[in-house]
Write a protein that binds this ligand. Structure first.
Ligand code: GRF
Length: 206
């Protein structure tokens, strides 16, 4: 980050347990990522990650997709919360809703997602089981910039995880998750530093 530049503020969207969210919050707190959390938003009331965020002293909000409809209104409500907290970068961390061009356009190139497979292999739900069932010998996780297609945008970083003899979807998911917790902070650090540039789909360091 250039000297004197304001540290970017990171909003995190979750739907569930929020272990990736916790990894991002830890990394911002201990200086591995030069950025500050702005707000954690859950679309599910009572999502476990909300309590973890609150315990870390981060503002939280619930924007319930069942209560705020239609989809555009829900997304406008999330944008309003993100903006109110001065958000520069949005991290999806187990956020189980497809975003519309509204939020993606508002934060173009600054919405990140983590996916538990080596994209473009196994996009969509249950990627660990899909990789296992397909019989691949190596899978992993991907942090990418979010565009209008699901699990599709430019790839920031990936980590490989071997599939072991005797793996179940659970054991494989657990080993991938360990790598997710390392990878997502590293990717956020790059984006927060303002050093990445897009060359077509390729993410390069400036
Ligand atoms: C992770 O496996 C992530 O890759 C996927 O959803 C899961 C979320 O887990 N997008 P958590 O809520 O971060 O613990």
């Amino acid at each position: 980050m250039p000297e004197g530049a304001r540290r970017p503020r990171v909003g995190i969207l979750i739907s569930g347990r929020g272990s990736n969210m916790a990894a991002l919050l830890d990394a911002m707190r201990d200086g591995r990522v030069e950025a500050d959390p702005s707000v954690v938003i859950a679309n599910v009331p009572g999502a476990a990650g909300l309590a973890r965020a609150a315990a870390a002293g981060v503002p939280t909000a619930v924007v319930d997709h069942r209560a705020v409809t239609p989809r555009e209104a829900h997304e406008r409500a999330m944008i309003e919360v993100l903006e109110r907290h001065g958000t520069d970068i949005v991290c999806l961390a187990g956020f189980m809703r497809r975003l519309t061009p509204l939020l993606i356009g508002r934060y173009r190139g600054r919405v990140l997602n983590i996916h538990p497979a080596l994209l473009p292999a196994f996009p969509g739900l249950d990627a660990q089981r899909a990789a296992l069932d397909h019989g691949v010998k190596i899978t992993g996780c991907t942090v990418h910039i979010v565009d209008e297609l699901v699990d599709h945008g430019p790839i920031v970083l990936q980590a490989a995880v071997p599939v072991l003899e005797g793996d179940t979807a659970e054991s494989l998911s657990g080993r991938i998750l360990e790598q997710e917790h390392l990878l997502y902070p590293r990717a956020l650090a790059l984006v927060a530093s303002g050093r990445i540039v897009l060359d077509g789909r390729r993410v390069r360091l400036a």
